[in-house]
Design a protein. Structure first.
Length: 172
């Protein structure tokens, strides 16, 4: 008689794709707890959005070409610096850096966007027949800053998730 061999079961395991895994901060890289799936997915999306932020910073030059103001070119340079800082914060998943990126991007870029809209409402002029209106051109050229504001809000949401995860790890 033949001996009964143990049955071998194969299990499919999905590999977790995480961008720049070696660059994670110490709390997530060498912790005994794995990085939660929702944070992993949002971090990966935030890294992809950081490249979109760079594109929006470059597209912001359209407003500078339209207005020719030192304030606008200063804001564009500021946006580039904040975007590079934010990219590093998202790659490391460092809470303090994510919070600093959100605090540097949301109020400044959002305030500037509101300033542009108020300035347009006050200084709007008559438009010529057959030409694009000044308001439409302003909305088109300032839309990259609206995109930067929305991506800054996403960075703030990621910061809140990291804060909740670190708080739950501290309780455990």
């Amino acid at each position: 008689m033949e001996e009964a061999r143990p049955k071998i079961n194969f299990k499919r395991v999905q590999l977790e794709q995480i961008f720049f895994k070696d660059s994670l901060c110490e709390e997530f890289r060498s912790s005994r707890y794995p990085i939660p799936n929702n944070i992993r997915l949002r971090r990966n999306l935030a890294i992809i959005l950081a490249f979109c932020e760079l594109i929006c910073c470059t597209l912001g030059l359209g407003l500078y070409i339209r207005r020719r103001s030192r304030l606008i070119i200063g804001l564009i340079v500021y946006c580039f610096v904040v975007t590079v800082f934010g990219f590093r914060a998202k790659v490391e998943l460092n809470y303090c850096k994510l919070l600093a990126h959100a605090c540097m991007s949301i109020p400044v870029i959002g305030g500037f966007y509101i300033y542009i809209m108020i300035d347009n409402a006050i200084t709007s002029s008559n438009h010529n027949e057959g030409a694009l209106s000044e308001t439409f051109i302003l909305l088109l050229t300032s839309s990259p800053f609206l995109g930067l504001l929305i991506m800054g809000c996403y960075s703030c949401a990621l910061c809140i998730l990291v804060d909740e995860e670190l708080a739950s790890r501290a309780q455990a």
